[in-house]
Design a protein around this ligand. Sequence first.
Ligand SMILES: *Cc1c(COP(=O)(O)O)cnc(C)c1O
Ligand SMILES: [Zn+2]
Length: 416
Amino acid sequence: MGIYKLKCLSCNRILEDDYTLKCNSCDALIRTEYEKKQLELRNDLPGIWKYIDWLPVSDYFETDSSIKTYKSEALAKELGLSNLYISCAGYFPEIGVKNKACSFKELESVPTYQRMKEKKKKGVILASAGNTGISFAYMSKITKIPAIIVIPESAKLLVPYPEIDTVVLIAVKGNDYFNAIHLASRINKEGFVPEGGARNIARRDGMALVMIDAAFTLKTLPDHYFQAVGSGTGAVSVWEATLRLLDDGRFGKKKIKLHVSQNHPFNPIHNAWARKAKEIDIDKDMLNAFENISKVKATMLTNRKPPYSIVGGVYDALIDTNGETYAVTNKEIDSAAKLFYELEGIDIPAEPAVAVGSLIQAIEQKKVNLSDKILLNLTAAGFERLKKDHGLYPLKPTYVAKNEHIPIEELPLNDL
Ligand SMILES: *Cc1c(COP(=O)(O)O)cnc(C)c1O
Ligand SMILES: [Zn+2]
């Protein structure tokens, strides 16, 4: 089990963990420091719990949620790469993952629910653009811990059960994820905790398993990491994992390079990083945000308030890894998704197709060498496949809010 301290990255104070999300005095991210510098695999535990040493929990529940890293042959050959590894926390039976939420958000919901249980929290409140909502609804069903989930109405949650009675789903009219975040932030319910987004250490340390699983598979850290980002929390988590793995000592001494990508024309992180700016500037980096959000295919990447400039956030991760950013067009997404399906044999949605498109750009721009060890995080895969094998069902909103300012009393929160 993970024995850890919680540390504020700004004042370095050690904090007590009561599902703590931040330090009282600072706005910085807080981070876990695990007692065990070397992770010992627990192959006797189910699914992702084999990495429990570096998860902020002391117990586990039965799960088949897992993460796999495999070496690509067909796509690697097509791109001329000799060491392309693919990380998948979706539904892809041929490589041995059958995650029914189909995305790497499943890696965060499992330890988050366990942490809630251990801290005696009654339920969780969160906003989602889609996949976080799916994974939290799914895990709410498994753990029977209730969840209040707020989504933009345009997001449709496809879940592996016809009904989930432990979830209240609130849809906010329109397609803007930030409005959902705003409404969720106004909700209070006795004993319930806000999930916390990037501030939730169980979320980050869960997503960090992408890199930890890769390091154990490759027996070393890769040279490069490719991921499509909205908030960038996954990339921050993976960067934190590399710091732990460097400390572990068994996975080499070389820092990795982060390559993060967004869907043109909504790509504020890419714009800010291209200016080497420490802050996202609304006028320079997010011009015509609403119009541009409506144009992108990769809707999970449309976060208007990513944790970019916060201490320990995306900017710090890009600085520390000498990172690169990319903007990928809808057209590039379509051809990348098609190529991936033909060569690797699993369907991928627009977000991982953005990552594949960025890898193609990086090769063209010679930002990677063809023999480098490259880790491509699929972030999601296999929705179509799971639909066929098992069935997926749209989770019906309990309530549709006309906007994010509606009185909280109107929400059906007593159903839980
Ligand atoms: C959440 C999500 C992302 C973006 O992840 P962040 O690291 O939080 O920015 C990318 N792809 C998919 C499929 C996602 O669900
Ligand atoms: Zn502090």
